[in-house]
Design a protein around this ligand. Structure first.
Ligand SMILES: *[C@@H]1O[C@H](CO)[C@@H](O)[C@H](O)[C@H]1NC(C)=O
Ligand SMILES: *[C@@H]1O[C@H](CO)[C@@H](O)[C@H](O)[C@H]1NC(C)=O
Ligand SMILES: *[C@@H]1O[C@H](CO)[C@@H](O)[C@H](O)[C@H]1NC(C)=O
Ligand SMILES: *[C@@H]1O[C@H](CO)[C@@H](O)[C@H](O)[C@H]1NC(C)=O
Ligand SMILES: *[C@@H]1O[C@H](CO)[C@@H](O)[C@H](O)[C@H]1NC(C)=O
Ligand SMILES: *[C@@H]1O[C@H](CO)[C@@H](O)[C@H](O)[C@H]1NC(C)=O
Ligand SMILES: *[C@@H]1O[C@H](CO)[C@@H](O)[C@H](O)[C@H]1NC(C)=O
Ligand SMILES: *[C@@H]1O[C@H](CO)[C@@H](O)[C@H](O)[C@H]1NC(C)=O
Length: 895
């Protein structure tokens, strides 16, 4: 028994399953089965299955039942025999198809009357029932005189004598109904050659199975089904004498394929453009197949119709049962022509529908459209991301579902945000068209998230839209307290720490990098967002439609607060406000905040400034989440210069800061800000050339007791600024070209700055420079000598005079070779190398003061050693001393 037969019995036996009473009597067992759903792949691409559906398979089990010929009265006791046809003329059924006849009747169903005659018992051939080859009643039960009751499910026209199958319960059964539409690469037969395949299985479906396809290239149609007809239970196998033969089963089956297209004139009827019937062979009215399956399998590998959007490919599987009946002319024993038994047909249907067009959003059409293709309730949010959408429709297939993917964006090398792993969403969800178009997602951590909504129609054509969301429930605006990122008044005097401003009414406050949102800045959460990287383009290029994954350009996020565009920010800050006040207390002002526009980390404004006032400048920074932080910096105002007393000048002061020294003593003080710096310059009177500049920070003390006791300080902000100033000038700074020593005049200018960098100044004109200590004796190096001699060089030694001239560098030039050596004032020798043996050379030694040639040179002549004459006993280790600067040393040293 194959499974199909079991399937047919199943319905009958399921009725018995519920009965719990134990079976007895003539009990038989057999297998029964029930259907279970098994998923099968309806759409498979070469990379795997992409959609599943259920097909139905049978699961078997064993049941008990009354053996054929027996039945029970509801108590599961199989002791009631069945006689069919029934026992006639008052006979009783004593066993399966076995009648016990009353007197005068005989025959299998007691239909024959026994007539008595004198000779004893004879059989009367006059049948009680009058059914005959002329009035057939098969399959049926004929009762006297001519009353035919057809077997259940059989009948037909009155003259057909019960031969035809007329009940819907006796329809053929269709099983394993499948249609496969495939695209195969026909090069070889390997598995890889499958591009895609769509499968429809209608095995257990009364309705038409619809499979939507978004592919249009096919080259194989494979259709298959099985049909079966079982002889019904209790069928009268005992044929009356006038029926010679009777056979029923499956007589016909066919598969009908139609391809229809949308009516171009918008009419309701579809245009048929392909209509093909595949007839299955192996059976006919005269050779019906019964009690086993009639298989039908058709493989058409030339099936490659041109398929357009909106086409339907409808496949109908049809089977018909029926058969024949042969009667005998009982009068003369000849066969009558066969009667054709007309049966029932049954069919199942699958439909492949084609749709290549993606869903559209109402905003893409003309007309008004309220709904958003995808919307995020707050696209800059501290709360979970709330997503909703609407307005999607699809003309042909209709909407199927929405596929939601959420990605965490990260910055690329250029700091632009993108889906770095475009196939690894952090969250996914499928939402059916019939379900509420709403989703919510709570990210694990703050960041920029992109939400992709793929609107899919029934054929799985899709369109992707994208919205962005900045989620952050933790970050704050922080303040960088390092000096590099401090907040200060740039217009104030930098020399005194930007605390004091003097000259101008324009104030610029700068706070580069002072305020920041660490999370936004480090993760570039406010940067530009790049397009979603297109995926699977190669798959589409290889012929599989609709496989490219990309965000539809008109449906990318160009709206709301967080779109694809960068949000202008500095270190994660998007807005600054400034305020200023002159209050003593450090409480945040409430009113009069001004936006910093244009947006920058600095702000310039005008204010009326009066000496002695103290101003606070406040800055408040906001990030995009609305978090803020504030800070202030103070500015003191001093618009007047310090007061400086008449200086006392001591030319050639002994025991000063320098060996040859002149000294200024003067008083300097400032009532507002305090004296900060003394700067001085030595300027040639005639040319204006600055010979020397220097500065010194004025002494102060933070020892508060000094402010009470010392009369020598001006006390400001708990700092004691000393009043009496001493400034030592080094006489050597006056060194000048020899020719001008007598005539030159040099002006010493002294500037006394307060903290606001406003200066008072005085000057002193110095002439007769040669009368200054250290400059009186104009002399170059003395006692020049050769301290060591080699065949290729010498070491020259000298002594410097005890004067400013001893404080100068020397430039030594060897006239013959042109080699130049610069020797710093700390060194008193030079090794001259690269000379020839036994030769005489002249060195010119000049004095340099800060690269100025003082015009003071001496010459010195020396000779190198003869070959044998060199100083072997005490070899000189030549040290190459300073050289160089802008003089080029010419070395000939190749030892
Ligand atoms: C629908 O298409 C997507 C790709 O766009 C694919 O991943 C998915 O498996 C398809 N689903 C079905 C049911 O075909
Ligand atoms: C034929 O038999 C059926 C059932 O046995 C009965 O109902 C019916 O009356 C009979 N008809 C005639 C004409 O005897
Ligand atoms: C199949 O049978 C039908 C009728 O029985 C006939 O019209 C049709 O031509 C047959 N088709 C083929 C392909 O033989
Ligand atoms: C048998 O009877 C039928 C009808 O009466 C007749 O047509 C047929 O020819 C007969 N056959 C023979 C062999 O007599
Ligand atoms: C969508 O609908 C199908 C069929 O109606 C159902 O099986 C599936 O569970 C639904 N999916 C969701 C996410 O609700
Ligand atoms: C922020 O949200 C995360 C989940 O994203 C949660 O675990 C955390 O407790 C929240 N923190 C605060 C301060 O609300
Ligand atoms: C102020 O900020 C702008 C823009 O960042 C910059 O160009 C300008 O140099 C800044 N000005 C000062 C004084 O720092
Ligand atoms: C500062 O004080 C020190 C010692 O207290 C003194 O040697 C120095 O000369 C003073 N400097 C000035 C510029 O007065």
């Amino acid at each position: 028994m194959n499974w199909k037969m079991l399937a047919a019995f199943m319905l009958v036996f399921l009725l018995f399953i519920s009965q719990s009473k134990a079976w007895s009597g003539n009990v038989c067992t057999r297998k029964a089965a029930y259907w279970v759903a098994r998923p099968y792949c309806i759409i498979r691409y070469w990379w795997g299955c992409s959609a599943w559906r259920n097909s139905w398979v049978l699961v078997y089990y064993t049941v008990q039942y009354c053996c054929p010929g027996w039945t029970h009265n509801g108590n599961n006791d199989c002791i009631i025999p069945i006689c069919y046809p029934t026992c006639k003329n008052g006979g009783t059924c004593t066993g399966p198809n076995s009648c016990s006849c009353p007197d005068l009747y005989t025959g299998p169903t007691c239909e024959t009357k026994i007539s008595m005659n004198v000779k004893g018992l004879t059989v009367n051939t006059d049948n009680g029932a009058h059914c005959s080859y002329l009035y057939p009643c098969y399959p049926g039960d004929c009762v006297q005189p001519n009353n035919c009751t057809c077997f259940k499910g059989f009948g037909g026209t009155p003259s057909s004598g019960c031969k035809d199958i007329i009940s819907n319960d006796e329809k053929p059964q269709l099983g394993k109904v499948t249609a496969i539409l495939a695209n195969l690469k026909k090069t070889t037969n390997e598995r890889d050659d499958l591009q895609y395949v769509f499968v429809a299985d209608a095995t257990n479906d009364k309705e038409t199975q619809i499979v939507w396809s978004n592919q249009n290239q096919f080259n194989l149609l494979s259709v298959e089904f099985e049909s079966m007809y079982m002889t019904p239970g209790g069928f009268p196998l005992q044929k009356p004498a006038y029926v010679y033969d009777y056979g029923i089963g499956i007589v016909k089956s066919s598969i009908h394929v139609i391809l229809t297209k949308i009516n171009q004139n918008d009419g309701p009827t579809r245009n048929v453009c392909l209509d093909r019937t595949y007839n299955c062979s192996g059976f006919s009215y005269l050779t019906p197949i019964f009690d086993t399956t009639a298989k039908c399998y058709i493989k058409d590998d030339q099936f490659s119709p041109l398929i357009a959007n909106g086409d339907w490919l409808t496949i109908t599987f049809q089977a018909e049962n029926g058969g024949f009946r042969t009667r005998v002319n009982t009068d003369n024993g000849t066969y009558l022509p066969r009667d054709m038994v007309i049966g029932m047909t049954d069919s199942k249907r699958v439909e492949f529908k084609f749709d290549f067009e993606a869903a559209t959003h109402c905003s893409e059409k003309i007309g008004t459209c309220q709904e958003k293709p995808l919307a995020i309730a707050e696209d800059i949010s501290k709360k979970p991301i709330e997503i909703s959408w609407g307005g999607w429709s699809d003309d042909l297939a209709g909407m199927w579902q929405y596929y939601l993917e959420i990605f965490k964006l990260s910055p690329d090398l250029y700091g632009r945000l993108v889906e770095m792993e475009p196939l690894k969403p952090v969250y996914t969800e499928f939402i059916n068209e019939s379900d509420p178009h709403y989703a919510t997602f709570t990210p694990k951590e703050p960041g920029m998230y992109s939400v992709l909504l793929e609107a899919r129609d029934m054929a799985n054509n899709s369109k992707i839209t994208r919205r962005l969301c900045l989620y952050d429930n933790v970050s704050t605006v922080e303040i960088d307290t390092t000096e590099m990122h401090s907040m200060y008044i740039a217009t104030a005097a930098g020399e005194s720490g930007f605390m004091w401003q003097g000259s101008s009414d324009v104030i610029t406050v700068v706070w580069s990098g002072h305020f920041f949102n660490r999370i936004h800045n480090e993760n570039k959460l406010l940067s530009q967002v790049l397009s979603y990287p297109v995926q699977f383009a190669d798959v589409e290029d290889n012929g599989i439609l609709s496989s490219r994954k990309y965000v539809y350009s008109r449906l990318d996020d160009e709206e709301g607060s967080r779109s694809i565009n960068e949000i202008t920010n500095l270190n994660g800050i998007v807005r600054f406000e400034v305020n200023e006040d002159f209050a003593d207390s450090a409480t945040l002002p409430i009113a009069n905040w001004k936006d910093v526009s244009p947006f920058a980390e600095n702000y310039t404004f005008q204010a009326k400034l009066f000496s002695g006032r103290k101003m606070k400048v406040w800055v408040r920074a906001y990030d995009i989440m609305g978090n803020n932080a504030f800070d202030f910096t103070e500015l003191n105002i001093d618009r007047t210069p310090p007061s400086v007393g008449i200086p006392e000048i001591q030319r050639n002061y002994q025991n000063g800061a320098y060996k040859y020294c002149s000294r200024f003593t003067f008083s300097a003080s400032d009532d507002e800000s305090g004296v900060h710096t003394i700067e001085y310059k030595l300027i040639m009177k005639d040319t204006g050339e600055v010979k020397y500049t220097g500065k010194t920070i004025v002494n102060f003390s933070t020892d508060l007791s000094m402010c009470q006791t010392e009369t020598e300080c001006t006390c400001k902000d708990k700092i004691c600024f000393k009043i009496n100033q001493v400034l030592d000038i080094n006489n050597c700074w006056f060194l000048t070209h020899t020719d001008r020593m007598k005539s030159a005049a040099i002006i010493v200018q002294v500037f006394v700055y307060n903290q606001a960098w406003i200066a008072s100044s005085f000057s002193w004109e110095v002439t007769k420079l040669y009368t200054l200590d250290g400059l009186t004796e104009m002399s170059g190096p003395k006692k020049i000598m050769v301290s060591s001699k080699q065949t290729n060089g010498v070491r020259l030694n000298w002594e410097l005079p005890d004067s400013c001239y001893g404080e100068t560098d020397l430039l030594i030039e060897i006239i013959e070779t042109g080699a130049k050596y610069r020797v710093t004032k700390e060194v008193n020798f030079v090794d001259v190398l690269g000379l020839d043996e036994g030769k005489t050379y002249t060195a010119r030694i000049c004095m340099l003061y800060q690269n100025d040639d003082l015009g003071h040179c001496v010459s010195f002549t020396f000779a190198t050693a003869e070959k044998d004459d060199s100083d072997h006993s005490a070899p000189v280790k030549f040290v190459v001393t300073g050289v160089i600067g802008r003089y080029k040393e010419i070395h000939r040293c190749d030892w």
